[in-house]
Design a binder for this molecule. Structure first.
Ligand code: ZN
Length: 80
């Protein structure tokens, strides 16, 4: 489920042209949870931000998202 920076960038580019699916956007958002570089890059892309908020509504509620974020952060800290 976790994607690399290269993949994140690809999805980010696709999203600019409305070619990324909700699932891809979701994976990209997930990547942004632990990768500041890609998040900063995507932040310049207004279209993506819009798509992300749409994908959020479809994919999961806020509580689930927060829980997932915690889990990812925990995983990353233990991995390093
Ligand atoms: Zn990244």
């Amino acid at each position: 489920m976790l994607i690399s920076c290269t993949q994140a960038l690809e999805i980010c580019n696709k999203a600019q042209y409305d070619e990324a699916g909700s699932w891809q956007i979701f994976k990209l958002k997930l990547h942004h949870v632990y990768c500041r570089n890609c998040k900063a890059h995507a932040g310049k892309n207004g279209k993506l931000t819009e798509l992300c908020s749409k994908a959020d509504l479809k994919c999961m509620d806020h509580q689930k998202k927060e829980k997932l974020k915690e889990e990812i952060e925990k995983k990353i800290t233990t991995d390093r």
